[in-house]
Design a protein around this ligand. Sequence first.
Ligand SMILES: [Zn+2]
Length: 229
Amino acid sequence: MSEPTPPFPASGWIEVIVGSMYSGKTEELIRRLRRAQIARQKVEIFKPGIDDRYARDAIVSHSELRIPSRSVREAGDILRYAHEAQVIGIDEGQFLGPGLVRVCERLARRGKRVIVAGLDQDYRGKPFDPMPQLLAIAEYITKTLAICVVCGNPANRTYRKVRRGGLVVVGGADLYEARCRRCFELGRRVSAPESPSPPGGSDETSPVRPRQRKPRPRRRPRRGMRKKG
Ligand SMILES: [Zn+2]
């Protein structure tokens, strides 16, 4: 993948890597950070404390690439540890809140190369703050695509397979899958997650389609859709 080369020495900049889950964002982030380390640049790597799915003290890609990192509670914490660094890597930027934008700008102003990976859309397909704001101010943007698990087309959406409330529900393949635009919309039409889950009634293991309680006029396919064959 093409990678920016520094325009002038001592000029900082922001790179953003966005895409759905399973699109290789973290892998790409790790690749860039490793290359900087090989060049003996001072690298500091951060991730939000909320995401300890794979490790507390490392960023781990789905392909099991791994690089040591520091967990932070909020974006402002990054400034405390970034003084010496030439290159700053941040994973799962969507969990670090609106303050991340100012933090990245401050770091870039100090001459640092800042690389942020994150989800650009939430499970509803809506822009996932603060990634849209970061995309607007970044010098370099990379969009990564996954493969739709339903039809095999390029996928840029993250589909939540269970009906569980809240914007932020950290999970892996048990909760989320990559889908193309069409399969994402078909799935959501079937499961109708726009309506909030009933109080106390969110079923963590319920499938995409709510269980049918009454017979319906038209039988719908299981799991929302089937691969046409
Ligand atoms: Zn699809």
